[in-house]
Design a protein around this ligand. Sequence first.
Ligand code: ATP
Length: 938
Amino acid sequence: MESDSDSDGSHISATPPRDPYHPPPQPPPPPPPRHPPISSKKSKPSLKPKKPPIPNPKPKPSLSPSPPTSPTPSPLSTLPFQILRRTSDHPPISAAQTLPARHFSNSASFSKLNKPSLNFEPLEPNTTVTDHFQSNSEATNPTNSHRIVKRHSNLIGSNPPLPPAKLRKCGNEGNFVKLNLNGKRRKFANKGKTRRNIYGSYSSSSRKFHRKKKRKVEGEGEGEDEKNVCEEDGLVVETEQEKQKQECGRAKFDSQLIEEAALAARNEASDENLLKLLNLVYGYDSFRDGQLEAIKMVLAGESAMLVLPTGAGKSLCYQLPAMVLPGLTLVVSPLVALMIDQLRQLPPVIPGGLLCSSQTLEEVSETLRKLQEGAIKVLFVSPERFLNAEFLSVVSTNLSVSLVVVDEAHCVSEWSHNFRPSFMRLRASMLRDRLNVGCILAMTATATVTTLNAVMSALAIPQTNLIQKEQLRENLQLSVSLSGNRMKDLLMLMKSSPFKEVKSIIIYCKFQSETDLISSYLCDNNISAKSYHSGIPAKNRSRTQELFCSNKIRVIVATVAFGMGLDKQDVGAVIHYSLPESLEEYVQEIGRAGRDGRLSYCHLLFDDDTYFKLRSLMHSEGVDEHAVNKFLNQVFNDKNSHGKICSLVKESASRMFDMKEEVMLTLLTNLELGEVQYLRLLPQLNVTCTLNFHKTSPVLLAEINRVVAAILKKSEAKQGQYLFDIPTVANSIGITAIDLSNQLQNLKFKGEITYEVKDMAFCYTIMKVPGDFCSLSAHLTKWLSEVETCKVRKLDTMFNAAVFAANLCEKKHGCFGSQHTPCLQKKILGYFNEDNSDISNKMGQSSRFLRADIKVFLQSNSHVKFNPRAVARIMHGIASPSYPSMIWSKTHFWGRYTQIDFQDIQLNYGASLDVPRLLVLVKHSLFGGKYTTPKSKS
Ligand SMILES: Nc1ncnc2c1ncn2[C@@H]1O[C@H](COP(=O)(O)OP(=O)(O)OP(=O)(O)O)[C@@H](O)[C@H]1O
């Protein structure tokens, strides 16, 4: 999940041809730019989205609300990107065309957010109790005589604030992030590669600038690291000291200019003022399509929904307002990796920070201290952070939040391909009530109309404030082939044009094992490749990403874990070894290619087997009404617990209800945020504690410490150890679980106790006990089953689009060979606009053996309780918490019916039962959960 590359591939030329020898076969003719053509100065391709008008609440105090002017609408045929063909005849970009962001002072002197700092009690991380945090220590970047350690002020960690001289940011490394991920010490510094940016810190245009700058001082020195930067053009680089001198002088000057420009934009958010700021901070000469419109809307205090393709420059739409707006900009992101990347990519003039559950208490406290001092302008947080009462209180009482940005906003909607229950928390009402935020910017690259509507409604964004451009870039050449042997076909593809000439390729696989297999297969065939998936230790993953970003690895074979937030400009090809689960996922992943605007190649290899396998997996999160009913009974088990902390241990509950943890969280979030608020979720924590006393005797300590007294009362003593439930002890003395954890920590620091915690649990307090459990469970089950169906349809649509391109396309509209850019684009855009009703599927409806097989299966496992879903899962080869694959994959029937519709198997299960068993089943579905299945069937 973490993406850790510190490399930026900064030596990569901004425009050199990727394929100098083989011009791409018939790239689609570039449609005429629909927009003021992007200045040739930009090394980045420019996107052109469209706009809508707007009225809205909350005018920002000192900003003159300038009505959004607008770009043009964008038909498919128009050019969202300036397409640069991969030929060598591109004129080099001159230094004057770009101004590097990273040479300016980072001591962002924009209005400080405020207030004197408070003393913090350490906060709990947003979702987990903090015991597993380790203390952090190292905070240094390696240096050598040619290097000066340069730190960005956007530093997260326990490092004490640097003295002003050091804080000055004259270097180019972008944001420095230090995190304790997964309880281990992690560092995202530049590792001494002072000439190499953190990847993505520069746009290719700013890199050009740097390269030019280096030319000026040719012959002044050379270092090991510099070689990396200059290997392509053989430049000699100035020493860091020289550079530092130049940059410091420049930074002083520029920081003042930037500040003035930001103030001018605050007073009048005119095109001219904003352009000036853009140029000063980023060195860009023009906005890309949709950017100016979004920025102006936000600066006018209006919430906006921004839909731009991948790589179109969405981040700039909050970064620039963050400089202009007086208060804090809060960016909510679904992944820690994404947050880290975005933090790194902030221009140094914008001091940033992040809060995530992997940080130590000290890191969290330091960030909060900086926040209160106004030393952070942009703060990245996960949605779970909004569960944290202390965080909410710090932000609401001490800070003014000018803007909340919801990145990957489709995660808010259950109808998206990537719904995250915790994003449900992000309701406009909550943001308004708790943080007094009036302005929200929601951003996504991939959303259907239904998803957009759901997001806009949750965030109270008026329809008129939708800024939407095509969700596809036109510089991607899409091809598809049905494969009988994907490994062989992949190798053939890699060894033929245009792929064999592409310098940087991502191959996406669905399963971790596939990535390892394919990467070694490619290596065996003389193609250097490395695998990347979340099962690989974070350090190695980070290294792989770094090598890939610096073009030391040509091919990366990855699962979906790779790529979100990856802003490597020169990825020339994306190959799908497995069918993506939805067109959204496909678009997101092919969006990693061609971010430099040049023609890039995206090939999809698909086959029926993968489709069937994925389709089975779509049912792995489904639940039945009786399970939901049982779950509700458990959640509201203690009806007299109003105001008290209740908990549900994840692992055991998951087995008890045969529900994945994510599904339980979805249900709980719905109970909190649905029409009626039945409960309030609290941060998750380990609830079972085993404690040892070391110094003072427990009884004596209990006399002076009420927590210890409560522990003695509520715990079970075993061989000198005290075992207790944290919520029970906290409830008995009326404190929060977090307070209790903090007090235990204090006793531990004093050497009085040591303790261990386990059993991660959902925690909540009950607000209202539902009157009718049956109708509530029916309602929730219906909702979940609609979500399940929606996912299945997404997969069907993806598969149908691939089948259409490979088999049915009549190649009338520009498709040829296996290249299907026009027909796939049409399918994708039709899908996003929901004018595509092609949801047929390839599943068989029944099999004459199915019913008999179910009977045999039930007979041979007569000692086990089953329900229709459990049987269908086994027949589809899907594990679930109560029916793990370790046990059930041994059965003869495991995965035998993946080609038969899941629902059909459930129906056949009913039909295969004898009457007594059927009666039990009916009773069970009528009365929800309170039933027992006969032990055996004779
Ligand atoms: N106006 C502009 N002119 C030139 N380059 C730009 C402009 N705006 C943004 N860029 C560059 O475009 C690249 C992509 O930007 P960014 O990462 O914000 O894209 P994104 O839309 O968030 O993509 P994704 O959805 O894939 O994360 C960055 O390198 C950024 O510097």
